[in-house]
Design a protein around this ligand. Structure first.
Ligand code: MRU
Length: 322
């Protein structure tokens, strides 16, 4: 399968995640403004993929002959606030600017290669943890949002665990939270699992606690957008509720992410900026209104799960118990 995001012919090429699962197509992004638009529309999304997008955005700016590459880079870094990978990717690429545009691009491409390797390693460590926690038998997993190939350059973090275990015949099934309001689970995770031939069922987010109570879940696996120094984890809205339900039912709750998602500058999750998105994502479905006109909306894109509810945060360095 091709990379979710790559550099080709002097531009950025992404798999257009707004079009999936109906249509598989790619988009070419030739300017920083096109990249920012794609990031804000979630045509490219997921924390590790945003790290790659940030770095490639600086490469675009540096090669465009822009008079102020630093200002362009800052615009990219600020296009979404919660996933630390975005500003991390921008900063890493920008640090190479004194070496010229080719040095910036080389650094961005190195980030893409690293992302593939580090997510493969992190999810490999997490797969071993899952087997230790659940016993060496085919497991029933539950996941939220999309932490798969489409959220990274090519492998996936939480879904990377599924790929490792499935290759060994150790996945019985995956329950996929649809992930309202933008349906990253129903549209993207289900699409990836179908492509890979992994048995799955999509469920409304509100069914997750009930599935746990009915003994249908051996382990919950999620990705992360920012991990504070104390192990608090920001991830897609609804993750916190899942962690509470998993703790209540004594089900392991495992977070998988590359170390670029760890923000050691934040002592706890309380300081993580949570993106709030447009009211239309809640007031409308497929373009039609689903609320009375003028309804006020609370639409946070992420929440923060306290470290105490998390069994383990797993990066390429291995298991880190909060
Ligand atoms: O708003 P999104 O789709 O970018 O949110 C993505 C998530 O919350 C993912 O779970 C997270 O980025 C981890 S992806 C490996």
């Amino acid at each position: 399968m091709r990379r979710t995001i790559d550099w080709t012919g002097g531009a950025i090429e992404i798999i257009d995640q707004c079009a999936l699962p109906g249509e598989y197509r790619t988009l070419i992004l030739r300017t920083v403004d096109e990249l920012i638009d794609a990031i804000q529309r979630l045509a490219v999304r997921g924390a590790p993929a945003l790290g790659a997008a940030g770095a490639l955005g600086v490469a675009l700016a540096a090669r465009s002959g822009s008079a102020d590459v630093v200002a362009e880079a800052e615009k990219v870094a600020k296009s979404r606030p919660t996933a630390v990978n975005l500003s991390w990717g921008v900063a890493r690429a920008l640090a190479k600017l004194p070496g010229g545009a080719d040095a910036v691009l080389a650094e961005a491409l190195a980030i893409l290669d690293e992302d593939e390797r580090l997510n493969h390693e992190a999810s490999g460590h997490a797969a071993e943890l899952v087997l230790r926690e659940c016993g060496r038998k085919p497991v029933r997993l539950l996941t939220h949002c999309n932490a798969g190939r489409l959220a990274t350059v090519s492998w996936g973090s939480a879904l990377g665990v599924v790929w490792h275990l499935h290759a060994r015949g150790l996945v019985e099934s995956v329950l996929v939270d649809e992930t309202r309001p933008l349906l990253q689970g129903a549209r993207l995770t289900a699409w990836e699992l179908a492509e890979a031939g992994v048995p799955y069922r999509v469920q409304p987010d509100s069914a997750a606690a009930s599935a746990m109570a009915r003994g249908m879940v051996d382990c919950v696996l999620v990705g992360a957008d920012r991990i504070a120094a104390n192990g608090d984890v920001a991830n897609k809205i609804g993750t916190y509720g899942l962690a509470i339900a998993a703790a209540h039912h004594r089900i392991p709750f495992v977070v998988v992410a590359p170390s670029s998602t760890v923000d050691e500058s934040l002592p706890t999750g309380a300081d993580i900026v949570i993106e709030e998105r447009a009211a239309e994502e809640i007031t409308h479905a497929a373009g039609s209104p689903v609320t009375p006109p003028g309804s006020a909306v609370f639409n946070p894109a992420f929440d923060v799960t306290p470290a105490a509810l998390i069994t383990a945060v797993v990066t390429e360095h291995g298991v880190r118990a909060p």
